[in-house]
Design a binder for this molecule. Structure first.
Ligand code: BES
Ligand code: ZN
Length: 860
């Protein structure tokens, strides 16, 4: 298929593959520019597709050396080869089982797309999800074709790894055997000059598992936290889900060049090094938390993804939504559940709500795509996880446990669908989930409006749900929405503990009888459904809930909406910074009975993009400059009023003793740095400067550095930072990102351009590219400068990267996702930038699909 005529794939066209595979044998003769891949695949007819069929094997950018069936070389006339694969006509195939053998040549060093077999810093590695295996050899590269793999690697590299258990090794070769049938996207191979951090784990049934984290020499001392996280993940999955590991060995490899975060290849997870390597001096508390969460996520895929995989890529949220849900549960168990929930909702709103309200909106289970790599989205991941959270609310903890046990029991070894998933919940609990399924098939974020009535001891809550049309979906029938509600007395006592109301109609009322006084409701506790709550609430009631709500999520949410309302009024009406908000924050920040991490979250004001989203949602054209100015004005007013509180916290939250990346210490550091960022607005930068100089860990060092950048006084600190960490790629990513992200908006495009010309701007490295360009697009007023300078600069770099790495380019193009929100002047400039990228000759299918969808947003 040519990139010029991208073909759309539809869920409704699914058909099983006409053949099954009994065994795959692969031999790799590794050479940087000319690797030979020999394959032997034992095919048998698939009873699900009776009759005679052609054999179609995917294959891209392969040089075919030879092909044979049952030992007989195939003449050229028997093969039809296109850019997407190869077909052997049925007439050339034996009627029963047969063996396909082929030899192909590939070029790992020339593979800049980082998909298939490629080289990263001298290490051979693979990335096959979603459709990268077809760049390694001819194969039915689809997840419903599962097979056991045997792999032989021939190379002079000292460490040779693949999936499964080691079968043997000698000088220049190694063999691996993976007994568990798997789809090709889980294949992995690594060869390099690596060293390992070894460890062991004994499963609860007594299997001895060898654990290794493989890295380059010099990085070994930064693997301990990842290893510790792995062992805790293994224990947790046994205790909470009853899932044990199923091979004798589990390997993790860290590589520097990686399009994504990490990949769950069976028995051989491959990670972006930023999600493995950490020491107190080089990684922040947030980095440690992410490492723990991603190690868990990829490990959990061993059951939710690998043992039970997806029938086709439309079912992606079957494995990703569920595995995100599981890693979220794990992190709440390891750390603070309320803090984790708030952080997850912040991400959901920032990424998924943004997606759902814009031109890229799609359901958690899409029904068509052009390039599947473009569907590893916040909707598939984060909303996919929220949908499972709602299911759990509806069937209860016990129902969830029984449904999951049935899922593993019924579908182990299979490639399953969302229908299979919902069926286990129906069968385990007796519930009808027909209406619930809409959460999987419908795009868009429902808006839930609330009205209330009080009459003679009876309190009535009435909800109405409405979802705006999304691309390709005009009709939005009512969904089932679990609404967690609690009621408080005016004196702050809880009179109704959290109760789940099940809304199934477009409009529906719920009554609470026999109450002595009119209650104050706490609605959507724990954010029980991914909806926008629309309720007219006074600032006084929000302040009351911030002070009294027993649900920690809604307590935070009350403060959040207080701040959002205050800022919206400041932006739209030029009001003075709200006194109510500031007093409420003062009471909260100074309350030492509250978790410091929670208080830090409450002190973070809504982001500019968040404000722009809610303004746009309310029908305004957000003005990025005004948003920025009012954010600054509010922060300064808060700093001035709360100076004594912040001074006290800055002292009291200092952590003494050995560094630990745990919830307690990182919470204290987060609150201290939140206090610092306010004080920094009124102390001329004195504290930040001193703190930078005395910092003993990266969390504090980076926090202080950001303050200095915001003040425009970071020159010396930036030079010092580079002196200390110039040789550490991951730390230098922070150096690049911080300077652009925290630059005064007017300077942002200039700072970005200067950094892009820096000799250390290795733009072919995805982490480095994301650091600089992601920093720019996240500098809201900087990116959306009315001159369009940042749009142009950004578009130029998208064009440049697309020629090498379409996947990362397409992901980065979502910086333009919100372009249609802004005023006509900005829209025209953004549109021109998008059109310039789209007009690039030879632009990848990945970027073409994304940019074309974004452009369809608005015709002005
Ligand atoms: N299976 C994915 C990795 C992947 C994504 C491969 C897209 C190919 C295309 C992996 O399990 C994953 O989800 N990784 C996430 C991190 C995770 C914690 C959400 C990632 O890489 O960002
Ligand atoms: Zn995943």
């Amino acid at each position: 298929m040519s990139d010029a005529t991208p073909e759309t794939i539809y869920l409704k066209d699914y058909q099983p593959f006409p053949f099954q595979i009994a065994q795959v044998e692969l031999t790799f003769r590794l050479k940087p520019r000319a690797t030979r891949v020999l394959s032997r695949i034992a095919f048998t007819p698939n009873p699900a597709r009776p009759g005679r069929h052609d054999l179609f094997l995917h294959g891209e950018k392969l040089k075919l050396i030879s092909a044979a069936i049952d030992g007989k070389p195939l003449p050229d006339s028997a093969l039809a080869i296109t850019a997407g694969g190869l077909t052997v006509a049925a007439a050339h195939l034996p009627q029963g089982p047969f063996t396909w053998e082929a030899e192909v040549e590939i070029d790992p060093e020339g593979n800049t797309a980082l998909e298939g077999l490629y080289m990263s810093g001298g290490i051979y590695c693979t990335q096959c999800e979603a459709e990268g295996f077809r760049k390694i050899t001819y194969y039915p590269d689809r997840p419903d074709v599962m097979a056991p793999f045997r792999v032989r690697i021939e190379s002079e590299m000292p460490v040779l790894l693949s999936n499964g258990n080691p079968e043997g090794r000698g000088k220049g070769w190694a063999e691996w055997d993976d007994p568990w049938p798997k789809p090709a996207y889980l294949f992995a191979l690594v060869a390099g000059d690596l060293v390992n951090l070894p460890d062991r784990f004994t499963t609860r049934s007594g299997r001895e598992v060898e654990l290794n984290i493989w890295v380059r020499k010099g990085d070994l001392d930064r693997c301990h936290y990842a290893m510790d996280s792995l062992k805790r993940s293994m224990t947790w999955d046994e205790e909470v889900y009853g899932r044990e590991y199923d091979l004798d060995i589990f390997n993790i490899v860290a590589v520097d060049d990686f399009n994504m975060g990490a990949m769950e290849n069976k028995g051989l997870n491959i990670f972006n090094s930023k999600l493995v390597l950490a020491s107190p001096e080089t990684a922040t508390d947030l980095d440690f938390e992410r490492i723990e969460g991603v190690i868990a996520h990829e490990y959990f895929h061993n059951w939710t993804g690998n043992r039970i995989t997806c029938r086709d890529w439309f079912q992606l949220c079957l494995k990703e939504g569920l595995t995100v849900f599981r890693d979220q549960e794990f992190t709440s168990d390891m750390r603070s559940a309320p803090v984790k929930r708030i952080a997850d909702v912040l991400t959901l709103r920032a990424r998924q709500f943004r997606e759902d309200m814009g031109p890229l909106a799609h359901p958690p289970r899409p029904d068509h795509f052009v390039e599947i790599n473009n569907f590893y989205t916040a909707t598939v991941y984060e909303k996919g996880a929220e949908v499972i959270g709602m299911l759990k609310h509806l069937v209860g903890d016990d129902g969830y446990r029984r449904a999951l046990a049935l899922y593993f029991d019924r579908h182990d070894g299979e490639a399953a669908t969302i229908e299979d998933w919902l069926k286990v919940f129906e069968d385990a609990t007796g519930r009808d989930l027909t209406q619930f399924k809409r959460w999987y098939t419908d795009a868009g974020t429902p808006r839930l409006s609330v009205s209330e009535a009080w009459n003679d001891g009876t309190y009535t809550l009435t909800f109405a749900q409405a979802t705006a049309p999304t691309p390709g979906q005009a009709e939005k029938p009512a969904r089932v929405i679990p609404i967690a509600v609690g009621l408080l007395n005016p004196n702050g006592d809880e009179i109704l503990p959290t109760t789940i109301l099940e809304m199934t109609e477009g409009t529906q009322s719920f009554r609470f009888e026999g109450l002595a006084t009119r209650p104050i409701p706490s609605i959507l506790r724990g954010f029980s459904a991914p909806v926008v709550l629309d309720r007219k609430v006074t600032q006084a009631e929000r302040a009351f809930l911030l002070a009294h709500d027993t649900d920690p999520f809604n307590k935070w949410e009350a403060g959040r909406s207080l701040a959002r309302d205050a800022l919206s009024r400041m932006i739209l009406e030029g009001e003075d910074p709200s006194g109510q908000l500031i007093s409420a924050l003062e009471a909260m920040a100074g309350d030492d009975s509250l978790d410091p991490a929670f208080r830090a979250l409450c002190l973070h004001l809504p982001s500019a993009d968040d404000l722009a989203q809610s303004l746009a949602d309310a029908g305004h054209e957000p003005d990025p400059d005004r948003i920025h100015a009012e954010q600054k004005r509010l922060a300064k007013a808060i700093a001035a009023r709360l100076e004594p509180t912040f001074e006290r916290l800055f002292g009291a939250m200092e952590v003494h003793g050995a560094y630990a990346p745990d919830a307690a210490q990182s919470g204290a550091r987060a609150l201290r740095l939140a206090a610092l960022s306010y004080l920094n607005r009124i102390d001329g930068g004195a504290r930040a400067k001193a703190l930078y100089a005395s910092a003993t860990n990266m969390t504090v060092r980076q926090g202080a550095l950001i303050c200095l950048i915001e003040n425009g006084t970071a020159e010396a600190a930036l030079a010092d930072f580079r002196d200390r960490f110039g040789a550490n790629r991951l730390v230098m990513d922070k150096w690049f990102a911080s300077q652009v992200l925290h630059a005064p908006p007017a300077d942002a495009p200039g700072v970005a351009a200067r950094l892009a010309a820096d000799p250390d701007f290795d733009w072919k490295n995805p982490n480095r590219f994301r650091a600089l360009m992601g920093g720019l697009s996240a500098n809201h007023a900087g990116f959306h400068q009315s001159s369009g300078a940042a749009y142009d600069f950004y578009a130029g770099w998208l064009i440049r990267l697309d020629a090498l790495n379409p996947q990362t380019t397409a992901r980065m193009s979502t910086a333009f996702e919100t372009w249609a929100r802004y005023d006509a002047g900005r829209r025209a400039k953004a549109r021109a930038a998008i059109e310039r990228v789209l007009a690039t000759p030879g632009l990848s299918r990945d970027s073409t699909e994304m940019l074309a969808r974004m452009l369809a947003a608005r015709q002005t």
